[in-house]
Design a protein around this ligand. Structure first.
Ligand SMILES: [Zn+2]
Length: 106
């Protein structure tokens, strides 16, 4: 016991225990990852999205609250993978609320 587990396992545990959806930067800071680790967290999330359902025997899934433009309210509903869009296609604002994640029962 006392084994640390991989970052990916820690992210899964964090997203199962959280009371509210978490952004990639919140996940990075809660796990003590260095600044600028969001990109790495998004890669882990892409992998977790594909594996968590199978690993849990179909009981759990990763859910994403889609990013939203803070200026005009545009919601990025059709993202192909977890990421933060750089700008809004409707108003060109770069003021984007990042996607947030949680793991819950299917
Ligand atoms: Zn916008």
């Amino acid at each position: 016991m006392g084994e640390e587990g991989t970052i990916r396992e820690k992210i899964v545990r964090l997203l199962m225990e959280t009371q509210r959806p978490l952004s990639a930067s919140e996940i990075a800071s809660m796990l003590g990852l260095p600044a600028g680790s969001e990109r790495e967290v998004y890669e882990h999330l892409s992998h977790i999205a594909k594996t968590v359902r199978r690993k849990s025997g179909g009981k759990l899934a990763l859910y994403m609250v889609p990013p939203q433009c803070k200026k005009c309210g545009y919601v990025f509903k059709d993202l192909d993978r977890p990421r933060k869009p750089s700008k809004c296609p409707r108003c060109n604002s770069q003021w984007i609320d990042p996607p947030k994640f949680y793991i819950a029962e299917t």
